[in-house]
Design a binder for this molecule. Structure first.
Ligand code: G3H
Ligand code: 13P
Ligand code: ZN
Length: 312
């Protein structure tokens, strides 16, 4: 099966009140861990690649690895560019076989965001590729761009219909209080998401798929392993799972997860090297990293996203 777009996936997810996981990939172990979990649970997959991942692993290696995941599992897989910052990177990924791209024009003015997003949708749609836009600013680090909490503005429902209409985007990333990375809330701060904004958007754009970025839960088990083995990420905090489940039942059809995979992999490597300090075979510490990713993704699919069994 060739790679698929997210069109059918989102239609079914919206109607079925569940969400797809969009998992960031950088290397073979991550792709295998995710693909194994999706095969275990018969879940459709969105594998996403950031500019940084593409620079690190290189386009052709990632494509071949994702092709291998598809051949190995037979699952429907969409290959997506995460946070494309301009037309050129979107074009390069479309020309290079991705079935979905994100153009993240959220740092621009409303008009400039519309202009660049429209440029990408015109190019993408004429080649059968779908496009995710972003409206509102999501805090955290995306590649070299750092958005502070203060600058992260919630998406304004008033702007959404006009943005979707004028750009022709197929899905939209919005800001309702999630943010990127492992420190989403300050110590003592009560996690809060603006479900009222999400509800209002669904009312104005019935059936339109919404995307949630910065949606890792920052799995406490892995934070503890990292901190307990000399790591220094105390104060790490993520989005509570019940809030993600709620979002998945609403208009959110795609939930982006990267940080939780990084934590799972790092915990596996640290635990192995601490318990076996003489180990220097990378397979011995990368296999536990891959297994932790598999476990994490399985848990997300079954207990958070609700997309298990939806592959066929
Ligand atoms: O939203 C950002 C993703 O977590 C990708 O991170 O740009 O460091 O690969 P990265
Ligand atoms: P997390 O940092 O919460 O995993 O978010 C990832 C993301 O939004 C990728 O686009
Ligand atoms: Zn993101």
């Amino acid at each position: 099966m060739p790679f698929v777009t997210t069109t059918e996936m989102f239609k079914k997810a919206y109607a079925g009140a569940y969400a797809l996981g969009a998992f960031n990939v950088n290397n073979m172990e991550t792709i295998q861990g995710i693909a194994d979990a999706a095969a275990d649970t018969r879940a459709p997959l969105i594998l996403q690649v950031s500019a940084g991942a593409r620079k690190y692993a290189r386009h052709v290696y990632l494509m071949k690895l994702i092709e291998a995941a598809e051949a190995d599992t037979g699952l429907p897989i969409a290959v997506h560019l995460d946070h494309g910052e301009d037309f050129e990177i979107c074009k390069s990924c479309i020309d290079g076989g991705f079935t979905s791209v994100m153009i993240d024009g959220s740092r621009h003015s409303f008009e400039e965001n519309i202009r660049v997003t429209r440029e990408v949708t015109e190019y993408a749609h004429s080649r059968g590729v779908v496009v995710e836009g972003e409206l509102g600013r999501i805090a955290g680090i995306e590649d070299d761009v750092s958005v502070s909490d203060e600058d992260a503005g919630y998406t304004m429902p008033d702007e959404v219909s006009e943005f979707v209409e004028r750009t022709g985007v197929d899905s939209l990333a919005i800001s309702i209080g999630t943010n990127h990375g492992a420190f989403k809330f300050k110590p003592g701060q009560t996690p809060r998401l603006r479900f009222d904004i999400l509800e209002e958007m669904a009312r104005r754009l019935p059936g339109f798929p919404i995307v949630l970025h910065g949606a890792s839960s920052v799995v406490p088990k892995y934070v503890d392993i990292i901190n307990g083995s000399g790591g220094a990420i105390s104060g790490a905090a993520g989005i509570p799972e019940d809030m993600l489940r709620e979002a998945a039942r609403m208009a959110v059809c795609k939930i982006n997860i990267d940080t939780d995979l990084r934590l799972a992999a790092t915990a596996g490597v640290r635990e192995t090297l601490i318990s076996s300090p003489a180990e220097f075979d990378p397979r011995r510490y990368l296999a536990p990293a891959r297994e932790n990713i598999r476990e994490t993704v399985r848990d997300k699919i079954i207990n958070v996203l609700g997309c298990d069994g939806k592959a066929f």
